[in-house]
Design a protein around this ligand. Sequence first.
Ligand code: ASP
Length: 440
Amino acid sequence: MGIKVAKFGGSSLCDAEHFRKVKRIIESDPDYCYVVPSAPGKRFDGDDKITDLLYQCHRLVERNHSHEELFQRIKDRYSSIARELELDFDVEGLLLETGDDIRRLKNPDFAASRGEYLNGILLSKYLGWDFIDAKEVVKFDRQGNFAAEWTNEVMKEALSNHRRAVIPGFYGAYPNGEVHTFSRGGSDISGAIVARAAQAEVYVNWTDVSGFMMADPRIVDHPRVIRELSYRELRELSYMGATVLHEDAIFPVHKAGIPTNIRNTNDPDDPGTMIVMQPSEDRFKDQVITGVAGHKNFTLLSIEKAMMNSEYGFGRRVLQALEDFGVSFEHLPTGIDTMSVVVADKELVTRKDQIIQRIQQTCQPDSIEISTGIALIATVGHGMSSTPGTAAKLFTALSDAGVNIRMIDQGSSEMNIIVGINVDDFETAMRAIYSAFVKD
Ligand code: ASP
């Protein structure tokens, strides 16, 4: 069998008991060769995430405020894990040294990265595996952009020298060796990078849920878990707000053709969600859609002009107005004499009036209507393109639920249908679509 790479999230490594679960998982399968840990997360509601405490600690250090009490809380978390697991090494010395480094370097990224660094050392001692400092093997360029190919080379070389190793997530280094982190939740990316370099058979991302849900469980009661999802479907769903995995964790493994398996550390027998390159043939027999996800806070600019369809460059001028003000758009459904542009509210905040004015000047439309309070819902699934009646079912479900559709956009891949609705109808629409397609 091939190599497996496991990443464990913060909630999977929040205390000694979870470390034990992690060890059981790793030792139950000899194919696991590389493990990427996050920093300890919350043990209970209201608890602190170590990363948050480290950022706070850095802020205090920077302002020359007293931070000893806060750093003591961080130290206590690690000391108690080491004590309960009876780890035989100088944890206190390591923690003291880390505190000194945070004070000396005064670098927020360095401070935050110590969460993963310390957890990685503890885990490597506990598993009896080698430790590879991510600073040596995850590379960023001078501007802080992740250097994918450089990292892949360096990482491959490093892994070839270690049969089994722990590589902390979330951080790497600039060319000068200074520590730099990914954005929050970035250990998912580190895991994917290691999986790519190891040419793993699968990247197993262990977290505290048994995979992706077909819909947001805060809106739909007990939605089904998605057993299989393609990378393209994942991208559509994540873009629309479904979160389990960091968005950028998709690229390294997708590129290398490696599947990702999302699994639950607290329920290790559950197969979780498998994210694959191509959907398996029989998946659509009883399930046309794969998931539903949505986002609020969009604005719809509806531009109308008689004979628009025969006017050269009309669309370009509209988009130019957006580009000139640094605004990107989400969707662009068009009719013969109408063109609608969907833009996220946060993009428009201060620039709305200027953009409208520019469109008036350069396009001279008959009218521009601005509708705020729009929500978008994407219904996603490869099965949709081959199943007649999918759109009819979707629109019937919405009309039966009394939801007025303000915009429709079907992706050219026919893998998704996006509807724009009034924000007040968001929850109703989501539930209506889910129950139209998923029969209990
Ligand atoms: N510890 C970091 C965070 O809290 C990275 C991660 O957990 O993936 O964002």
